[in-house]
Design a binder for this molecule. Structure first.
Ligand SMILES: NC(=O)C1=CN([C@@H]2O[C@H](COP(=O)(O)OP(=O)(O)OC[C@H]3O[C@@H](n4cnc5c(N)ncnc54)[C@H](OP(=O)(O)O)[C@@H]3O)[C@@H](O)[C@H]2O)C=CC1
Ligand SMILES: O=C(O)[C@@H]1CCC=N1
Length: 263
């Protein structure tokens, strides 16, 4: 696979790092106005660092546009004459619809919208993908790339905004829950570094239990909640204070905002 990443900021350089670690490309072009963030890769075999987007497009089959929504339009216009029906065009730009990409490069091109999260930098992203009609036949190839960087799910484009909230913004939501647990643990007597470790490992264990057992969360909750015990006491108090309700309201607020931002 000949891959180009156009825009090597936070997300683009994280994808580059993952691809280089797995070495599953025959060539990798990293193109950016300012290539400082990826200079560390300039000695890697088969990696070319450039600030010429068109050169990267012409040398590659799979194009990953990792640009801010405000920049993607001008870059797509710049490289559009070089994009062919053989290319697979992937875009991670949040809120930037497939129809807008089609309007610039043509409906007949293979276009796939990709929504990873920042855990892509450690190969643990939950990445959702949605294709246009032409791109559907290339979706397996796109999944193969992002499966190297975590787990993938193919969804209809109409669900991409919701997936952004749950998976991309979701990293921030889970971080805040971990942080709150840490603050509670400090109040209960632990040093900050101990509290952090206890919170993170317990969160990791909870997610791992669900992944490895396939159980519903309530099954795992039932195993911990001793009748009249401390777990159900704490859990019910959290619910009286609106834990589930505030989480759901937060997700809905985030979803309303992303739909308002939608371009
Ligand atoms: N799924 C997720 O968790 C997240 C998704 N995103 C999405 O990913 C996309 C990228 O985000 P992120 O990596 O944080 O953004 P960054 O701004 O870090 O990276 C974009 C890069 O593109 C470069 N660039 C701008 N214009 C051009 C151009 N004309 N030619 C080549 N390169 C150019 C920028 O350079 P310069 O800085 O000099 O302008 C920058 O290095 C966004 O659309 C965002 O919505 C973002 C964060 C999280
Ligand atoms: O907060 C945001 O708007 C962007 C989209 C998903 C992650 N960051």
């Amino acid at each position: 696979m000949k891959i180009a990443i156009i825009g090597t900021g936070n997300l683009g350089s994280a994808v580059a790092k993952g691809l280089i670690k797995n070495k599953t490309f025959s060539s990798l072009y990293l193109s950016d106005k300012n290539t400082g963030a990826v200079q560390q890769f300039n000695k890697e075999p088969y990696v070319t660092i450039t600030n010429k987007n068109t050169e990267a497009v012409e040398a590659s089959d799979i194009l990953i546009f990792a640009l801010q929504p405000r920049h993607i339009e001008s870059v797509l216009k710049e490289v559009a004459p070089s994009i062919t029906k053989e290319h697979v065009v992937l875009s991670v730009a949040a809120g930037y619809a497939i129809s807008k990409i089609e309007a610039i490069i043509g409906q007949d091109k293979n276009i796939i919208r990709v929504m990873p999260n920042t855990a892509i930098s450690i190969g643990k992203s939950m990445t959702c993908l949605a294709a246009n009609t032409s791109g559907e036949k290339k979706i397996d190839m796109a999944q193969d790339i992002f499966n190297q960087l975590g787990t993938t799910m193919v969804i209809p484009e109409e669900h991409i905004q919701a997936a952004t909230v749950i998976c991309a913004s979701g990293i921030a939501f889970w971080m805040r829950l971990i942080r709150a647990t840490t603050q509670g643990a400090i109040q209960l007597g632990f040093e900050a570094h101990e509290a952090h470790k206890l919170a993170v490992q317990t969160c990791y264990g909870s997610a791992s239990l669900l992944i490895e057992s396939g159980n519903h969360p309530e099954q795992e909750i039932d195993r911990v909640t001793t009748p009249s015990g401390c777990t159900i006491e704490g859990l019910n108090e959290m619910e009286h204070q609106g834990l589930s309700s505030s989480l759901i309201k937060g997700l809905v607020a985030s979803f309303e905002k992303i739909n308002h931002l939608k371009q």
